[in-house]
Design a protein around this ligand. Sequence first.
Ligand code: 13P
Length: 252
Amino acid sequence: MRKNIVAGNWKMNKTLQEGIALAKELNEVLANEKPNCDVIICTPFIHLASVAGLVDAAKIGVGAENCADKESGAYTGEVSAAMVASTGAKYVILGHSERRAYYGETAEILKEKVKLALANGLTPIFCIGEVLEEREAGKQNEVVYSQLAGSLYDLSAEDFSKIILAYEPVWAIGTGKTATAEQAQEIHAYIRKTIEDRYGKEVAENTSILYGGSCKASNAKELFANPDVDGGLIGGASLKAADFKGIIDAFN
Ligand code: 13P
């Protein structure tokens, strides 16, 4: 059966010292708890080794927010999937809308990143989602389908089964505007249907599809109660241990 997951995306926040402090706090907050979901924190590259070294790996998974589309070599400033894996991180966010919009990440580039992440034993948390104009034009299904097909649907069923998806409507990210529970369920069900069409029912049923976009403790329960919403990818509300814990508790 698919997993329920609450994953944090710290984005470009926290110095190394602040990040270590947050990871320690979260580790302590969860020390005497048994969360009803997998908990993941995705941090800037420079935090990964320290954070992976200090959290209880049985309770908190660690991931990067990106990795390079090349294996190694003369790519100044890039960080490879192998380097990410060598820190102890197990996950990598790929295809976040901010990467697509500000750093020109195309479906083809993301296809390479996904391949390299998988080849290095990392679990991609692959993000898809439409912008406001596409939602207003009723094109959200078309958009997410082309993002899925463009980067993932050439994978074997075995490889696709290793992927976590995150539906993040761009109009809901950092805006305080959340998709309604109905909007989330509707498109998550559509996403699962397209997986079923491509890989069959079993793979579709086993794929975790997270919701992201202004998710917080006050709306998480309602969003996660939907049959096709398997948790959340959390930006702003992952930057404080108490706020993040409030979202983890939505599964209790
Ligand atoms: P917010 O939770 O800050 O809206 O960000 C969502 C997101 O982009 C997570 O990847």
